[in-house]
Design a protein around this ligand. Structure first.
Ligand SMILES: Nc1ncnc2c1ncn2[C@@H]1O[C@H](COP(=O)(O)OP(=O)(O)OP(=O)(O)O)[C@@H](O)[C@H]1O
Length: 270
């Protein structure tokens, strides 16, 4: 595929009152992964064993076309849920919007720096929760002063210390839900032009989910745009006003979350 990719960050002109302000424009976006040494392989166990024991040179790269010609415009104040089956390209699309994954063709325009918060966001497992709050805050562009000011709110929001002083323990001692809650709390401590959340909400308990939904609502009111990847259709229904459904990398439907979630449920049941 020809490399016609473009990523542009723009500072748009002040909005005319009453008009919607675009924050992310994706135009015919394609993302292709190149996996080295795996071209034309058979998936069977015998073929895999033969490969392990043979001394043949590794074959050339294989391409995985993860996002295929996706176009949409996101506006300030929207919360957009990304839904679709496993491997349909949701996380890849978010990574492309965040500028972490190059686009092979097409273009993404964004207002400000989109922040991607994934369950696997890069905090350090060997460091304590405390230190990770500072690290994550700095990584998001907060000053040390701002982090100091918001530190207690972040810890309280995460609920990490509800059952003991976990925040002073290394993150590797946390359950996956606790880690995800801390990551969400760090990211949510700052107002974002575009905040993208990858599955973080699914991991918290009911009280944490309520706090998260309220915070997403607040972020939207501060005129940001929130993207949420989730397998929890009800989370998308309750948190998002709009949903984008991807299937095999192709945009199947984009519209009010009720309608898109209903169509997706019909698809998964059939
Ligand atoms: N680093 C990578 N290298 C090669 N292929 C990848 C890589 N990451 C993802 N893929 C492939 O790209 C496609 C889309 O994956 P992606 O993780 O974006 O889907 P998803 O909709 O977020 O999936 P899930 O719901 O399971 O999290 C899949 O076929 C996946 O195997």
């Amino acid at each position: 595929m020809a490399d016609t990719s473009t990523r542009t960050r723009t500072t748009p002109a002040p909005p005319v009152p009453g008009t919607r302000v675009p924050t992310v424009i994706a135009h015919d976006v394609h993302v292709v992964y190149r996996v080295q040494g795996s071209a034309g392989r058979k998936g069977g166990a015998t073929a895999a064993l033969n490969r392990l024991f043979s001394r043949k040179a590794a074959p050339a790269a294989r391409e995985v076309h993860a996002v295929k010609g996706v176009s949409f415009t996101a506006y300030k104040g929207e919360a957009i849920g990304l839904i679709g089956s496993n491997g349909s390209g949701k996380s890849t699309l978010l990574a492309a919007i965040a500028g972490l994954q190059p686009v092979a063709a097409g273009a993404i325009f964004s207002h400000g720096q989109p922040s991607l918060l994934g369950v696997n966001a890069a905090l350090m497992n060997d460091l304590t929760g405390e230190r990770n709050v500072i690290l994550g805050g700095l990584a998001m562009g907060m000053t040390r002063e701002q982090i100091k000011e918001r530190y207690q709110d972040i810890v309280d929001f995460s609920g990490i210390n509800e059952k003991g002083d976990f925040i002073s323990l290394p993150m590797r001692t946390y359950s996956s839900g606790m880690g995800a809650r801390l990551r969400f709390s760090i990211a949510a401590a700052k107002d974002h032009d575009v905040l993208m959340i990858d599955e973080a909400l699914a991991t918290g308990d009911a009280a944490f989910q309520r706090r998260s939904k309220a915070r997403i609502e607040e972020l939207r009111r501060h005129a940001g745009t929130v993207f949420l990847v989730s397998h929890g259709i009800n989370t998308v229904r309750e948190t998002c006003d709009r949903a984008i459904w991807l299937e095999s990398g192709v945009l199947r439907m984009d519209g009010p979350s009720d309608e898109v979630c209903a169509a997706y449920e019909r698809f998964t049941r059939s």
